[in-house]
Design a protein around this ligand. Structure first.
Ligand SMILES: [Zn+2]
Ligand SMILES: [Zn+2]
Length: 314
């Protein structure tokens, strides 16, 4: 899994920061990527990356403000032009389906793939054998969701050399051992699954939060995650200013990471009021509360390596 930010600005685009869009790359896990929010010109941002729209499998929308959805119709249309044939699922608040279908209809845009809509409420919004995605309502000026993406534990690995050494013949017995069953060999010896398998590895977990004031739901969604991605529209000390707009300061974002026990924090939704040179100052304000914090920039890409958050592209 890698994370790539395509838009880290707030409200309006600036030269340095486009409106919200975050990619969760799952090429190794499932050969696809997922998109969280789709601000205007997200598809233009994608042109500067190696991302192929036809590999886009799911889109999660936090809320219906334009800086989080205005890129959708164009991206959906281009995905079709670029030979996207696999179905795509869009998860979002009530109204997302009506808005997209109306726009596609009035602009006579015909897609050569199926779009499934899931208008979500709180709880598990997606689950399969690999992942669970849970949504919770945050505290913005319109309904806005945060998502927790949890990868399920990876299946135990068979230590094949070890098994062969213990006399297990190649074939179906190996599969049995891998699935956790002990096997009885023809020579009367029992081989125990636990002796020839490596323990199941924990999966990763992310909390991807939409626009919000400081709230309990953010902390609950982010409980013990590897990475929390939180907005920081305002700087330290402007909490009273941030509140009526339904936004947070960098200090409050760091507070969520601290109180939830998250390992790393990446902040985004950075106001155009801040010059690029002020990003470091913002980070320092956050560092006063939480030790692992990054102020995301457009196109920055990250991966987790043994619990360390590593920036692989800047
Ligand atoms: Zn926003
Ligand atoms: Zn908003």
């Amino acid at each position: 899994m890698e994370l790539q930010f395509l838009g880290t600005g707030a409200g309006m685009p600036s030269k340095q920061r486009n409106t919200s869009a975050l990619v969760v790359k799952l090429m190794q896990e499932r050969g696809t990527f997922w998109l969280f929010d789709c601000g205007e010109a997200t598809q233009h941002q994608m042109l500067h990356t190696s991302l192929k729209p036809r590999k886009l499998e799911k889109i999660f929308i936090t809320h219906m403000h334009g800086d989080h959805i205005y890129g959708l119709p164009g991206l959906l249309g281009s995905r079709s032009f670029l030979d996207g044939k696999e179905p795509l699922t869009i998860y979002g608040p009530t109204g997302i389906q009506e808005w997209i279908l109306t726009t596609l209809r009035l602009s006579r845009t015909y897609l050569q793939y199926k779009v499934n809509f899931v208008e979500i409420s709180e709880g598990i919004v997606f689950e399969d054998e690999q992942f669970t995605v849970e949504a919770k309502l945050l505290h913005h000026v319109i309904p806005c969701f945060g998502f927790r993406v949890s990868q399920k534990p990876l299946p135990p690995q068979l230590l094949i050399e070890q098994a062969l050494k213990l006399g297990v013949p190649k074939g179906p017995l190996l599969a049995k051992l891998k699935s956790g069953q002990d096997v009885l060999l023809e020579n009367g010896h029992t081989v125990y699954s636990q002796d020839v398998t490596a323990k199941a590895k924990e999966g990763f977990s992310l909390a991807i939060l939409g626009d919000t004031r400081f709230c309990e739901a953010s902390i609950e969604l982010s409980r013990d995650v590897d990475i929390v991605i939180h907005e920081a529209t305002f700087d330290a000390g402007t909490e009273e200013l941030a509140k009526p707009y339904g936004h947070s300061t960098i200090t409050q974002a760091a507070q969520v990471a601290k109180e939830s026990g998250a390992k790393h924090l990446i902040v985004q939704h950075i106001s155009a009021r801040f010059l690029p040179s002020q990003a470091e100052e913002l980070r320092k304000q956050g560092l006063a509360v939480f030790p692992s914090i990054i102020v995301a920039e457009d196109f920055a890409e990250f991966e987790l390596k043994k619990n360390e958050l590593v920036q692989i592209y800047k």
